[in-house]
Design a binder for this molecule. Structure first.
Ligand code: HEC
Length: 178
């Protein structure tokens, strides 16, 4: 190899090398910026979902109950009757009898075989627990046997809870409007 050919080789090598280097930088940079865009995208998506989730979880049930109507709730609750009885002593259907459910210990109606998902929940069905449950049963107790999508509408949910509260000899007083 003469000196000239060697120099040309060297130059070509340098050019190729830096082209590769630039290409690599470009790829890496591209990855970073598309990752950034994707991240920004998901942040936007989360932000957009928030008002909805916030409306469901954020408006306190006490506020919703203060303007709830048990009469309207009785209408909404007709869809529960496919699976639930509402009167005392009627016993379970596909789901347990809901007479007296407000304030009752979770998963405690006699003679009903609850899922372990619901049995593993502690506490009583107070307004908060019922609210969380009825927004989306499968989210509140993953694995629950209640195949009901839930009541995402705040007003309807509060109305149903107000109605459930009437299914008792001693209804729990509903919160008053502030
Ligand atoms: C498709 C049938 C079905 C429908 C419709 C349904 N449920 Fe249920 N529900 C069940 C079953 C089954 C269970 C028991 C869940 C378990 O063991 O995981 C249950 C459990 C419950 C419980 C817990 C009771 C306890 O003793 O711990 C409440 C409260 C409840 N349902 C309210 C409602 C309300 C209110 C509606 C209507 C808005 C409704 N359900 C609609 C099937 C249904």
């Amino acid at each position: 190899m003469d000196a000239n050919a060697y120099r040309i080789n060297k130059i070509l090598g340098l050019v190729l090398g830096s082209a590769l280097f630039l290409q690599a930088v470009h790829i890496i940079d591209g990855n970073f910026s598309s990752a950034k865009v994707a991240k920004r995208g998901s942040e936007v998506a989360v932000k957009e979902e928030q008002p909805h989730a916030g409306a469901a979880a954020g408006v306190p049930i006490d506020t919703l109950l203060a303007s709830a109507s048990a009469e309207r709730g009785a209408e909404v609750a007709k869809q529960c009757q496919a699976c639930h009885n509402f009167e005392e002593g009627q016993g379970p259907k596909i789901g347990p009898d809901l007479y007296g459910v407000v304030g009752r210990k979770i998963a405690s109606a006699p003679g009903f075989n609850y899922s372990s998902a619901l049995k593993s929940k502690n506490g009583n069905w107070d307004f908060n627990a019922l609210n969380a449950w009825l927004i989306k049963p499968t989210a509140y107790a993953p694995g629950t046997a209640m195949t009901f999508a839930g009541l995402s509408n705040d007003k309807q949910r509060a109305d149903v809870i107000a109605y459930l509260d009437t299914l008792s000899k001693n209804p729990v007083p509903l919160p008053k409007a502030q």
